[in-house]
Ligand binder design. Structure first.
Ligand SMILES: Cc1cc2nc3c(=O)[nH]c(=O)nc-3n(C[C@H](O)[C@H](O)[C@H](O)COP(=O)(O)O)c2cc1C
Length: 205
């Protein structure tokens, strides 16, 4: 089926979701219904992908104890992997070494994004899927936060086995999902676009 769009249609709801999204670090304990989790992943799969590889796959955790457990293991594994590397800095080291830090912010759900070897530009493909998920979540009244500090789970054999992750898949993004306890009403201060150059078509403003 082909949809013919009004080329100048204004998508205000889309812009509301893009402008309203904030990283959420305080969640209500309420579980996220399975259909909502599936909707987020389906929205993720609408993303563009290099050479149309569509090679991003998922793993989901909605068990609160497992979220806590993977958070602790993620901290440990990421610390091992990043220690001594240029990724490490005092702020990150403090979070990864503190007994009190909770990297998944007590969210009730997690979505892990993986790429297959078929992906031509895997980081880019996974990032677009993650972006769609976060925007769709905002639209659905859910909060999300991308957790880069969980990256060490990629090399955790128990994590991979427990979630049935094939050996050829690489973890690219981890996103917490839940109903926000605190909803930021003030948009985060963002830099205005830095535009290096703009060569205009003569006669068109
Ligand atoms: C690749 C990536 C990794 C991130 N890792 C973390 C993280 O480990 N923990 C966290 O609390 N937030 C993390 N964030 C969220 C950023 O801190 C957040 O997007 C940024 O401060 C801007 O705030 P906003 O999302 O509310 O606009 C990450 C974001 C991105 C894009």
């Amino acid at each position: 089926m082909i949809f013919i769009m009004d080329r100048h249609k204004r998508g205000m709801e889309t812009m509301d979701a893009i402008y309203g999204r904030r990283s959420v670090r305080k969640y209500l304990p309420d579980p996220v219904p399975e259909d909502k989790m599936r909707m987020l992943m389906e929205a993720g799969c609408r993303a563009a992908s290099a050479l149309n590889a569509q090679g991003v796959s998922f793993a989901v955790v909605t068990d609160r104890d497992r979220v806590t457990e993977y958070g602790e293991r993620g901290k440990k594994k990421t610390l091992e992997e990043w220690r001594g590397s240029e990724r490490m800095n005092p702020h990150v080291e403090r979070i990864l070494t503190s007994e009190r830090s909770v990297i998944f912010h007590r969210a009730p759900a997690l979505i892990f994004l993986f790429t297959s070897p078929e992906c031509y530009l895997p980081v880019e493909d996974a990032s677009l899927v993650a972006g769609n998920i976060m925007t769709a979540a905002e639209d659905a009244g859910l909060g999300t936060c991308w957790i880069g500090l969980a990256q060490g789970l990629n090399g955790d054999p128990d994590f991979r086995r427990e979630l049935g992750i094939p050996d050829d898949r690489t973890l690219r993004a981890t996103i917490t999902v839940g109903y926000p306890e605190v909803r930021e009403t003030v948009p985060k201060e963002k830099n205005a676009p830095v535009i290096h150059g703009w060569i205009r078509q003569a006669g068109i403003s």
